[in-house]
Write a protein that binds this ligand. Structure first.
Ligand code: ADP
Length: 340
């Protein structure tokens, strides 16, 4: 009994983890879309973007670091052009009902489904501790989306499987606890930009805060230079022709370059006489140009911490209101007796 989404309002919901500095994968996979959707004047829907600090507890064990990463994500969004008057930006932990819903959803989730989780297996393979939070991460993510009645979820291509879990859980909850004609949850659709595959990190794996292979959106100077120069390439000598499509530096160049520039650099690869060092220098210049204005804005915003906290507070109030509206029928349907 899939719920016909047309009976629900259009709601955008998406989260980002404050487990380290945001990177180019986060930007091209998610943030850029979040900002563009919010600034689209024709948009009629509601939009909820949350900084998932409960999720970050799966990897961060330093309270001060977590607080500072969390604040910095908000700073990054605003510096990159997110308009808080058009969409809500807030802290996951300002809506603790998501943890309540996550528990209810956990009780519907077969262990075997989580055991198939690719993201979990990858993270453990990369050396992260296999705590239960990491294992059940997609369920908290499902709660995050479903609690706002999310119908569209702008995410990177790495999130396909997790959004599938959210869809299954929405269907399973509706089937188990709702009448056919009165589903509680719409079935969320992932919104994935086709031209951005998973953005590779400096080692060629998926760029991720958890893997130590990132290029930070706001890295500058020597820090930026060091990470760009560390991008892994093959050992084809400078003078020989190279295939741009198999090169990690070119995969990043593609994200910044317009069609003409992309073709020009690809031809230089194929012609030979153009080394990976040249490609990395081009990339460095492109990153510096692309983020120049945002870097300035970020420096100014960093001096207004009260403003940042106000934005988060107001977003959190909107999120809390929406979540509580949804949780009341959920508690009722699953049979949690209430004394209030
Ligand atoms: P991380 O893996 O760095 O912790 P998150 O899990 O917080 O990233 O993801 C936040 C958003 O950024 C998600 O929508 C995710 O799809 C997107 N994202 C993260 N890494 C990448 C990547 N390497 N390529 C494309 N999108 C990505």
């Amino acid at each position: 009994m899939p719920a016909p989404n047309s009976t629900f309002p259009d709601v955008i919901a998406s989260g980002i983890q404050p487990s380290g500095a945001l990177h180019l994968g986060n930007y091209f996979g998610a943030l850029r879309q979040h900002i563009a959707l919010g600034n689209d004047e024709t948009r009629r829907d509601e939009a909820y973007y949350f900084i998932v600090n409960y999720h970050a507890l799966t990897s961060v064990r330093d309270a001060e670091a977590l607080k500072s990463y969390t604040f910095d994500v908000a700073l990054d969004y605003l510096a990159l052009g997110f308009d808080p008057n058009k969409a809500n930006l807030f802290l996951q932990s300002d809506v603790p009902q998501v943890v309540e819903l996550a528990w209810i959803l956990l009780c519907l989730t077969p262990v075997s489904q989580l055991e198939k989780g690719v993201a979990f297996k990858d993270k453990v393979a990369q050396g992260m501790s296999s705590n239960s939070g990491l294992f059940t991460y997609p369920i908290l993510q499902a709660a995050d989306i479903l609690i706002y009645g999310g119908t569209r979820v702008p995410v990177g291509a790495d999130q396909k499987q997790n959004i599938e879990i959210s869809r299954n859980l929405a269907q399973m909850f509706n089937r188990t606890f709702c009448e056919d004609d009165e589903p509680i949850f719409p079935i969320p659709e992932p919104l994935i930009l086709e031209d951005v595959a998973v953005v590779p990190g400096t080692d060629g794996q998926k760029m991720s805060k958890s893997y130590g292979n990132t290029i930070g959106i706001f890295d500058e100077g020597n820090v930026l230079k060091k990470s760009v120069m560390s991008i892994v390439t093959d050992s084809t000598p400078l003078e020989e022709p190279k295939d741009p499509e198999t090169d990690n530096a070119f995969a990043l160049i593609k994200l910044f370059a317009d069609d003409a520039k992309r073709e020009e650099i690809a031809s230089a690869y194929r012609a030979g006489g153009f080394g990976y060092g040249h490609a990395k220098k081009e990339l460095l210049r492109m990153i510096d140009d692309y983020f120049a204005e945002a870097r300035e804005r970020r420096k100014n915003l960093a001096e207004r911490p009260d403003y940042i906290l106000d934005v988060l507070r107001q977003g959190g109030e909107a999120g809390l209101k929406k979540a509580e509206q949804l949780m009341q029928p959920v508690r009722e349907r699953v049979g949690l007796l209430t004394t209030k």
